[in-house]
Design a protein around this ligand. Structure first.
Ligand code: C5P
Length: 300
């Protein structure tokens, strides 16, 4: 599990909220309540938001900063997932917890509503951060329970470690051991609504994937992933046609092994044989498409 770092001078705690990427995502069924059953391999990238907690006498509140902070400026109130996480955590704290107010500063460096779990990662980071800051010692099972209620992607973001995700997102198991590889993330700048994408699905279901215990190298992993799919990519291309352009642009980059959309989009990823080749490819794409958000690096 990622853990908070503390500045000893200011008592400020900082927690990383890494982007989640669905290497494949099969919609395998649908529950009577309308939620979809999924089978997905989730990994985490070096890209992410950052959440900082500055304890203080004022009531706990959220301040938005970073490249995409303005995109959320109307959403710093109690409905923000970070504040909902804080409220839910406070509700389960025992008498030993030292609950305090102050400022939560969210550096929003990931595009919003973009299929890489930014809001979910932020909520999970808030649970980890405040559990430590308040010395609340709320156990992992209770945190998972809170996470599940906050959103389908929040449980997997709690540990921020690669995992196989099933159920509607709450059934987590070990992912295959991943080989070294690099990743490029690209977003065209159009926010996509997850319910809209699910609604545009054709209704077909894909099977649960057969995965090995480990992949010895990137080529073997990519060969297996190429047989799998993101069930939401085709409907996302209807909701947001630039997704198709982005997938093709990533696939055309030198050394790209696989190009696909993550989650319900619109962010797409490319897998590369090394971090270095991913960074070089990202620099090249950022130059030719200055309006896109482009990131290249490794997995965490
Ligand atoms: O749980 P979360 O708020 O992330 O989900 C947003 C929406 O996406 C849900 O209201 C639902 O319409 C859809 N969804 C789904 N099946 C999932 C996850 C999300 O249908 N497993």
């Amino acid at each position: 599990m990622t853990s908070a770092t503390m500045d000893p001078m200011t008592q400020t705690l900082t927690e990383a909220a890494p982007a989640k990427i669905n290497l494949y995502l099969h919609v395998t069924g649908k529950r009577p309540d309308g939620y979809h059953l999924l089978d997905s391999l989730v990994v985490f990238a070096g890209a992410g938001d950052t959440l900082r907690y500055e304890p203080g006498p004022e009531a706990l509140h959220l301040v938005l900063a970073g490249r995409f902070g303005a995109a959320l400026s109307d959403a710093a109130g109690p409905d923000n997932l970070v504040m909902k996480a804080a409220t839910a955590l406070e509700a389960v704290c025992g008498p030993e917890a030292r609950i305090q107010g102050g400022r939560l500063v969210l550096e929003k460096d990931l595009p919003v509503a973009s299929g890489i779990g930014g809001g979910s990662a932020d909520a999970a980071a808030a649970l980890r951060l405040l559990n430590r800051a308040w010395s609340a010692q709320v156990g992992h099972a209770t945190l998972l329970n809170i996470a599940e209620k906050l959103g389908a992607d929040v449980p997997v973001c709690l540990a921020s470690q690669s995992a196989r995700m099933e159920g509607i997102g709450e059934v987590l198991s070990a992912a295959p051991a991943l080989p070294d590889c690099g990743m490029v993330l690209v977003n065209c700048g159009q926010a996509v609504s997850t319910p809209d994408v699910f609604r545009k699905r054709d209704g077909a279901f894909l099977p649960r994937a057969a995965l090995p215990a480990r992949w010895p190298d990137a080529a073997t992993m990519v060969a297996d992933l190429a047989e799998l799919d993101n069930s939401l990519e085709a409907p996302a291309c209807v909701v947001c046609p630039p997704v198709q352009t982005v997938v093709s642009a990533i696939a055309a980059l030198p050394e790209c092994l696989l190009s696909r959309m993550s989650g319900s989009g619109a962010t797409c990823f490319g897998l590369f044989p090394s971090v270095w080749s991913a960074q070089a490819a990202a620099a090249r794409l950022a130059q030719s498409q200055p309006g896109w958000w482009v990131w290249g690096g490794g997995l965490v």
